[in-house]
Design a binder for this molecule. Structure first.
Ligand code: NAP
Length: 252
């Protein structure tokens, strides 16, 4: 299927995990994808893999934890490589340090907020006006099942994802009538490079949920393709939860 034929997409944090799977799936559906992250060797490898499979992709290096200058530069570069238009923005890059509030330092706080919240805000500011001029576009925020539950050592991360999810609702209200659809895709516990070190502990948690196993990045990417495509034309301000049933069942 070519559900994203002739569309262009910027996927942040696409050098790894969920973002990588989303970029590959978008390209397989016909989109020209700009991949970003800090790690150029991984980013170039993802872009090369997509091109070898017959897709269109380029890697753009960007550190989203820095100032908004880097975020705005990324938006400009994405417009350049994608022929002047970004039809779909996926705010996927995220960091999820496990930190207790009593030992949290300011630098860690600032970097979580910068990557998980500030960068999406300024990418939207840079890219959505162009979507509106062209008559439409799609923004997908990658949230988390954790945004609605309290976990020890998860207050900062959960709060950042709750903020991103709420921003999606606000952006849907702000831009929906101009043709821009904004939604949140909230993954459950997913096996990625980022969660691999805690694999055993996470497998213990998901053993008790309906799916009985960890999500894989492709499970999340399939939902991202749906949200980006015209199949989701009536979806605005929603949160699509792909969590294997974790939140809606008792973890006993
Ligand atoms: P991952 O494997 O650790 O990948 C994170 C991606 O974000 C990488 O491509 C990384 O690129 C990029 N990134 C991190 N810091 C960055 C920075 N300062 N500047 C630019 N890019 C940066 O993570 P993942 O597990 O796939 O998670 C992806 C998203 O899903 C995150 O938003 C996460 O919160 C969310 N999520 C994950 C899970 C899960 O269980 N895995 C569950 C719910 C939600 P570089 O290393 O190249 O910079």
């Amino acid at each position: 299927m070519q559900r994203l034929k002739d569309r262009t997409a910027l996927v942040t944090g696409a050098t790894s995990g969920i973002g990588r799977a989303i970029a590959s799936s978008f390209a397989a559906e016909g989109a020209y994808v700009a991949i970003t992250g800090r790690d150029a060797s991984r980013g170039d490898a993802v872009a090369a893999e997509i091109r070898e499979s017959g897709g269109l992709a380029d890697f753009l290096a960007a550190d989203l934890a820095g100032s908004t200058v880097a975020v705005r530069r990324l938006a400009r570069e994405a417009l350049e490589v994608l022929g002047g238009r970004v039809d779909v923005l996926v705010n996927n890059a995220g960091i999820f340090p496990s930190i207790s509030t009593t030992t949290l330092d300011e630098a860690a706080f600032d970097s979580v907020i910068a990557v998980n919240v500030r960068a999406p805000f300024f990418l939207v500011q840079e890219l959505v006006p162009g979507m509106i001029e062209r008559g439409g576009g799609v923004v997908i925020n990658i949230g988390s099942w954790i945004s609605t539950v309290g976990l020890p050592s998860g207050a900062l991360y959960g709060a950042s994802k709750a903020m991103l999810e709420q921003a999606a609702r606000g952006w849907a209200a702000e831009f929906g009538r101009a043709g821009v659809r904004v939604n949140t895709l909230a993954p459950g516990v997913t096996l990625t490079d980022g969660t691999l070190p805690a694999k055993e502990q996470l497998e213990g948690i998901v053993a008790r949920i309906p799916s009985g196993q960890l999500a894989l990045p492709d499970d999340i990417a399939k939902a991202a393709v749906f949200l980006a495509s015209d199949e989701a034309a009536y979806m605005h301000a929603s949160t699509l939860l792909i969590d294997g049933g974790a939140l809606s069942t008792r973890l006993t």
